[in-house]
Design a protein around this ligand. Structure first.
Ligand code: 5CA
Length: 442
């Protein structure tokens, strides 16, 4: 993409109501624009990151055996009356009436609808286990929408729903999601710690929140220090085998959110190993048995010929919130530092003297070669001054900057800067292209 043809409305200063770094940086980097309290338009740069995050979530869900579908944002109130949640949900639910006076709502979550879809066609234990998920916009009329995409009113969530015949099967489904979550957050460069959590309006008795530690996080959390550095299991686990040992390794150490905190248990940890911090909830998983299947009559026939309500769980990832969480975890005074896996572009080309024939030619060559190799590249071909171009590149946080200036070109070299470490190398253009495309120079 050529910057001169792109839409990147960067701001010199963040609006004063943006209180935390991620919100300020997303506004300054032209990623989002607030359209109403807690409701954002996703500008091109923000959308690229959102799509990358969504894709990682999707790949890890698929790997763990979940199946993607897409449910609508609008739901019938009557469906929610079946579970008893229509009245219980309160003012957070956006209630809508259509031209036929039919009551609808903008979905804050999808337990009821997915249960309705399941019960319409699945009758036998032979079709279990199943895990259905979608990535869809949600609406919750939060009392205090704040911190940009962190606590929005309209936000993008991945929500998965598991169905099993019995509690043992449900536990296995829960464990698959637990392990998939460790992997997916790790692929985004995040250290997300699973913590015992309260279940709130979703219900059930087994629940973990996945928490990224950050000073600006909304939740107070308490855990054993070792959990933060524990590596993710990686993709090569036996998804339908016994994942309990992997889960036990994490749950054996103390980790709880404020609502579930047990002061005495925490105090039993040696002082140097305790961590009392703040965190961002990027995922939340629940196992709630028959809370929805029983009132909604989602029944399956067991091997004994008896019908029982199906055992369910639900598993959420805050896809849009993740942008905020990643930026909170990875930025400096100059701007965002994107992990490679979610970066909107892999490399930015900075032409220090647009209009100089040799600089333009070198930039064009780099741009074409990188594009041909399938590398996402943003070429700053505007006539802004070098200093301004550097500031923009640092702000938007692409992992690599390829800097082309007249002095270097005269010496036969260009510069490659790593945004994260600040390290720079000066090399001939073909060597730099080879580095960026992962191929050896010819
Ligand atoms: N049905 C269940 C699991 S699918 C559910 O709705 N869980 S939840 O309420 O915990 O939400 C799942 C995730 O969505 C949370 O962990 C959080 O990362 C994200 N989320 C929740 N509320 C908001 C919000 N107002 N703004 C941005 N993200 C949110």
């Amino acid at each position: 993409m050529r910057l001169s043809r792109y839409f990147l409305p960067v701001l010199k200063e963040a609006p004063s109501d943006a209180q935390i770094a991620s919100h300020q940086l997303m506004l300054r980097a032209g990623m989002i624009r607030q359209e109403a309290a807690g409701i954002y338009a996703w500008l091109p740069l923000g959308l690229r990151v959102l799509n990358k995050i969504e894709q990682i979530v999707r790949e890890e869900m698929d790997r763990a055996g979940a199946i993607e579908l897409l449910m609508p944002t609008l739901q019938l109130a009557d469906l929610w009356r079946e579970s008893g949640r229509y009245d219980a949900y309160g003012p957070e639910m956006l209630r809508i009436t259509d031209r036929h006076e039919r009551e609808l709502l903008y979905g804050p979550t999808n337990e009821e609808m997915v249960t309705e879809i399941f019960r319409a066609s699945v009758r036998s234990y032979k079709d279990l286990p199943k895990n259905l998920y979608h990535v869809q916009w949600k609406f919750r009329d939060e009392r205090r929408p704040r911190f940009g995409v962190m606590r929005g009113r309209e936000f993008l969530m991945k929500d998965a729903y598991s169905f099993d015949l019995d509690a043992e099967g449900a536990r296995k489904s829960y464990n698959r999601m637990f392990v998939a979550y460790l992997n997916l957050f790790s692929r985004m460069g995040l250290k997300a710690v699973p913590m015992r959590a309260d279940t709130g309006p979703i219900g059930g008795d087994l629940s973990h929140e996945f928490i990224v530690l950050a000073e600006t996080g909304e939740s107070a959390v308490f855990c054993h220090k070792d959990l933060v550095e524990m590596a993710a299991p990686g993709p090569d686990v036996d998804w339908y085998g016994d994942l309990q040992p992997l889960v036990n390794e994490r749950t054996a150490l103390y980790a709880a959110t404020e609502e579930m905190h047990d002061e005495a248990a925490f105090d039993a940890i040696p002082e140097g190993e305790r961590l009392s911090a703040r965190g961002i909830e990027v995922g939340h998983i629940f196992s709630f048995g028959t809370k929805y299947s029983e009132p909604m009559k989602a029944l399956v026939m067991g091997p004994d010929g008896k019908e029982t309500p199906v055992q369910m769980g639900s598993y959420g990832v805050g896809v849009s919130r993740l942008l905020g969480a990643i930026i909170e975890a990875s930025h400096d005074d100059g701007g965002i530092i994107w992990p490679e896996s979610v970066a909107p572009f892999h490399v930015g080309i900075v032409n220090m003297r647009q209009g100089d024939a040799a600089c333009d030619a070198a930039c064009d060559e780099a741009y074409k070669a990188l594009q041909a190799a399938g590398v996402d590249v943003l070429y700053d071909d505007t006539d802004a001054r070098g200093g301004a171009k550097f500031a923009t590149m640092d702000l938007i946080g692409l992992p690599w900057q390829l800097i082309v200036g007249p002095k270097g070109i005269a010496e036969g070299v260009v510069e490659l800067k790593n945004r994260k470490t600040g390290e720079r190398v000066s090399e001939p253009l073909d060597a730099v292209i080879a580095r960026l495309t992962g191929k050896a120079a010819a």
